[in-house]
Design a protein around this ligand. Structure first.
Ligand SMILES: Nc1ncnc2c1ncn2[C@@H]1O[C@H](COP(=O)(O)OP(=O)(O)OP(=O)(O)O)[C@@H](O)[C@H]1O
Ligand SMILES: [Mg+2]
Length: 474
């Protein structure tokens, strides 16, 4: 940590001892005995920290403090005061000093104060950085699309964000951008400074879900050690994102309905109601109304959730978005990996246009990323997409016309057709497993369900074909 510290004091013994102690602690140290000298050094040495005596021969330390803060709002100023004068010390804090130390001082104490101040600054910078990153990631600009269908989606997101809609339901197939849309709503609303907390209802065992959502009191059940605040409490003022709500256990559903209606809940084992001001965004890739009809989802909850409904259309119904999405992903991934891919060839784009994209935007992003890995510096060609899980480019160099004409597996009427030139069954199996994993982002349970095999069988085959699970995680 090569930080620069400027020590400003007119007592030689003070500057001498501080310079020695702080240099020994690994800092670069410079000293100044007067206000004038301090101004010069502030310019040339550009310190991260200034240890500043309140009383200087030519200028008041308080004035200097204000000057320095005006020049560099990030500089850390720690005042040195000879008098145990609390009033002036408090005044310096109000004027932007980080801390103060009294004379005579203890060198260890000063080192500790400097270290603490630098650490606090560093943490604040980290937090600001991540806040910005999150904002950057979830602006409207990152939801790409200029199709009519997507413009409708943007409008709905804007309305939900600006009107502080308390309940929003986002429906759409896997990979259509539900999570992105939920984040967009949160980060464009007055709630953006408060937390956005996501919970995937299908990933948490039924017996733990209630605890996760509402928390518990100490001793509420056998392993309940100390009090635990649940998601509804931690997200106060912000947003709770209930992802995959279609998988929420039936027993939990009335409890969610109750929070929505009463805006109150209780921790498990708790006696007091806790007021709750959160926006609930629920998302599902299932046909919720169908689930209601099958009695797998409560009708009352569905109708309560279904007030502001944002349907995200599958990519195959808005293929006009593909060009913009591909260019956007090329830009983002170039930036992320330091690649210099210039664009995509007409033919490759045609291939992408003619594919059906069952995994929607996520699948497109993965295909572009894989193609870019192969290319890295030029224009993406159709061949670059050949290695993709969606190997939709045929070796006969014509580009894929229509999956029902040339695909390896054709399922127009649910029938699989053997191509005239024959086919390696092993490759078909491998490709389908790859696609299933891709669609469910490496979730083996779901991939296995979709392939109508057990998870163990899937695992066995994955091993056989040497699949690395990491590949599908995004
Ligand atoms: N309109 C879009 N513009 C840019 N990127 C998008 C868009 N839609 C989706 N993506 C990207 O596609 C990927 C999948 O999106 P997201 O996770 O939001 O989908 P999802 O609908 O929540 O999927 P799932 O149902 O599987 O959870 C992410 O990398 C996301 O950034
Ligand atoms: Mg999602």
């Amino acid at each position: 940590m090569n930080k620069r510290i400027l020590v400003v004091d007119d007592e030689n013994l003070v500057t001498w001892s501080l310079e020695k102690a702080l240099s020994k602690a690994g800092y670069s140290v410079d000293i100044a005995a007067t206000g004038e000298e301090a101004r010069q050094k502030f310019e040339t040495f550009s310190p991260n920290v200034v240890l500043l005596d309140v009383r200087l021969p030519d200028v008041s330390g308080l004035n200097l403090l204000q000057e320095f803060k005006a020049q560099d709002k990030d500089v850390i100023i720690i005042m040195i005061t000879a008098y145990a004068d609390v009033d002036s010390a408090v005044q310096t804090l109000r004027d932007g000093a980080e801390d103060y130390v009294g004379k005579p001082f203890d060198l260890e104490n000063i080192k500790h104060t400097v270290h603490k101040a630098l650490e606090k600054k560093y943490l604040k910078q980290q937090v600001d950085y991540f806040k910005n990153e999150i904002r950057r990631k979830y602006t409207y600009d990152n939801l790409i699309g200029n199709s009519l269908a997507m413009i409708k989606v943007f409008k709905m997101i804007k309305i939900c964000a600006e009107t502080d809609a308390k309940i929003v339901l986002i429906l759409g197939e896997s990979g259509t951008g539900k999570e992105l849309a939920a984040n967009s709503i949160h980060f464009h609303s007055a709630r953006s400074e408060a937390p956005f907390i996501e919970i995937n209802c299908s990933a948490i065992p039924e017996n733990l879900l209630e605890n996760e959502l509402f928390g518990h009191e100490r001793g509420a059940y056998t392993d309940a050690g100390s009090r635990h605040r649940g998601i509804f409490e931690s997200a106060e003022g912000g947003t709770v994102f209930l992802d995959e709500i279609g998988d929420m256990p039936l027993a939990m559903q009335p409890k969610i309905l109750k929070v929505i209606e009463n805006k109150k809940f209780r921790r498990l084992g708790g006696r007091n109601n806790i007021e709750s001001d959160v926006r609930i965004i629920a998302a599902s890739n299932q046909d919720l109304l169908g689930l209601v009809n099958e009695k797998k989802f409560r009708g009352d909850l569905f109708f309560r959730l279904n007030v502001m409904n944002i349907p995200l259309p599958p990519l195959r119904e808005r293929k006009e978005d593909i060009t913009a999405l591909v260019n956007y992903f090329i830009g983002r991934l170039n930036e992320e990996y330091g690649w210099a891919v210039k664009g995509i060839s007409e033919r490759a784009l045609n291939c992408l246009m003619n594919y059906n994209w069952p995994g929607n935007v996520r699948e497109l992003r993965n295909a572009v990323e894989r193609a870019m890995m192969l290319e890295q510096g030029n224009t993406l060609s159709a061949e670059n997409f050949n290695h993709s899980a969606t190997s939709f480019v045929r070796k006969d160099d014509k580009g894929f016309q229509d999956e029902t004409q040339q695909g390896v597996v054709r399922s127009g009427n649910g029938k699989i057709v053997l191509p005239s030139e024959g086919i390696a069954l092993k490759d078909v199996e491998k490709d389908l497993i790859r696609q299933a994993l891709e669609r469910y982002r490496g979730n083996q349970t779901k991939a296995a369900k979709c392939l109508k095999m057990t998870r163990d069988t899937l695992r066995y085959r994955m091993k056989k074909y040497d699949f690395q699970l990491q590949e599908w995680k995004m």
